[in-house]
Write a protein that binds this ligand. Structure first.
Ligand code: SF4
Length: 399
């Protein structure tokens, strides 16, 4: 709270400042200040009340603090030890840091600050360097990549970044991290249809399908926009794998809303749900919402949706299997993992459309197989109930 300009100075600046915590005593403080400073001139505003330092007056809001630019992390990727299982296979590049959204349940903007993005030119240059090092796939990540470019442009720049990477670099595979349904634009879908290197895989940061709950969460879209996005993806020629984050038991999620949402989810096209029971984050607006759902109900609803996800994934595998001898094409082999027999004599990889495959290998074969792209004849699948993953088991056919 600033008081009118200094009466005696030619410079126009506030004569005094009163912190919010002292606003109830504003009249008393102003009166005391005027009567005791009748004849004085001042060249900086004075602070009235209990605050004695400008820093104490600064807002604690993250948008008002200074934040470092994100580090690309790309130089660290290039320095990775050859022994690392993901070296020269997949590289995660953080294209931006921070978030401007302030969803009511989330503390991230308070801890990581507003969105700051790396430039398109820098990312393209670094990806070219990674390609020269033998990296086959780049995954674009960030705190909220849906804010990419908003710090230096008046509109989202993610499509421009994708187009630049796809047209200016020789990167074999590009994958994109989480996006809100309304951030998946027609241009992005068009780029995915046209460019073989753009992996047909979306991770949708959905959180819910009910409009009233999305509003309470302060998400930027409603249930109708969720449905429109998913049906648009379903109509693509290169059928994408669609994973979605979902929160159960958010305040206000009555039994009726949960059941309606469950039925709606059953009718929508997606491949996998990553379900999290709502958990309070201290100081966030959601902690003050009415309609709190008991923690055991939040968990029970999460179990129901996880079971739905697993059932849909295994049904998808069974459908492919029943259609003949399935071949998963273009699997990028990455790291040796524990297989269904309990040994680590297995190597895992993903196809462009995010089919996970496990292949048995001799331990000495690992270094030669890693970072190769292979087609895999698969016959059966294995379910990991703890992670919700379902993986094909198979043999390579093109070596
Ligand atoms: S949930 Fe995501 S978009 Fe919302 S405030 Fe947190 S980081 Fe930002």
């Amino acid at each position: 709270m600033a008081l009118g300009s200094d009466r005696k100075s030619k410079v126009d600046f506030p004569a005094a400042v009163i912190g919010n915590q002292n606003k109830d005593q504003a009249a008393k403080l102003i009166h005391a200040h005027i009567t005791s400073n009748e004849n004085s001139t001042q060249d900086v505003p004075v602070i009235l009340g209990s605050v004695s330092d400008y820093d104490e007056l600064k807002s604690r809001h993250p948008m008002d603090r200074e934040w470092a630019m994100p580090s690309s992390g790309i130089d660290e990727i290039l320095k990775l030890d050859e022994a690392s299982s993901t070296y020269r296979t997949r590289a995660f590049i953080k294209i931006q840091e921070g978030c401007n959204s302030f969803c009511t349940y989330c503390v991230i903007p308070y801890g990581r600050g507003p969105a700051r993005s790396l430039s398109i030119d820098l990312i393209v240059e670094k990806i070219e360097a990674l390609v020269k090092e033998g990296v086959q796939e780049v995954i674009l990540t960030g705190t909220n990549i849906g804010d990419y470019g908003l710090d230096w442009s008046d509109k989202l720049q993610i499509d421009e970044l994708l187009e630049a990477i796809l047209t200016k670099t020789a990167l074999p595979r590009l994958r994109i991290g989480s996006l809100d349904p309304t951030e998946i634009s027609d241009k992005m879908i068009d780029l995915m249809e046209k460019h073989e290197a753009f992996c047909p895989h979306f991770h949708v940061s959905l959180q819910h399908v009910s409009s009233p709950i999305l509003k309470l969460m302060k998400r930027k879209y409603n249930g109708e926009q969720v449905q429109a996005c998913l049906f648009k993806l379903q109509n693509m020629t290169r059928k994408p794998f669609i994973g979605m984050d979902y929160i159960t038991g958010f305040p206000g999620e009555s039994e009726a809303i949960f059941n309606e949402s469950l039925e709606l989810l059953k009718s929508l096209p997606w491949n996998r749900l990553h379900v999290f029971p709502y958990s309070e984050r201290s100081g966030t607006p959601a902690t003050k919402l009415p309609g709190v759902v008991r923690p055991e109900i939040r968990k029970e609803r999460a179990r129901i949706l996880q079971a739905l996800s697993l059932e849909r994934m295994t049904r998808g595998f069974a459908d492919v299997r029943s259609a003949g001898e399935p071949l998963v094409q273009g699997v990028l082999l990455e790291g040796n993992v524990r297989g269904p027999d309990g040994s680590r004599e297995w190597i895992s990889g993903y196809s462009k459309n995010y089919q996970r495959v496990l292949i048995p290998i001799g331990s000495s074969d690992f270094q030669t197989k890693k970072n190769r792209v292979v087609d895999v004849k698969v016959s059966r699948w294995v379910v990991d109930r703890a992670s919700g993953d379902v993986s094909w088991l198979g043999e390579t056919t093109n070596e």
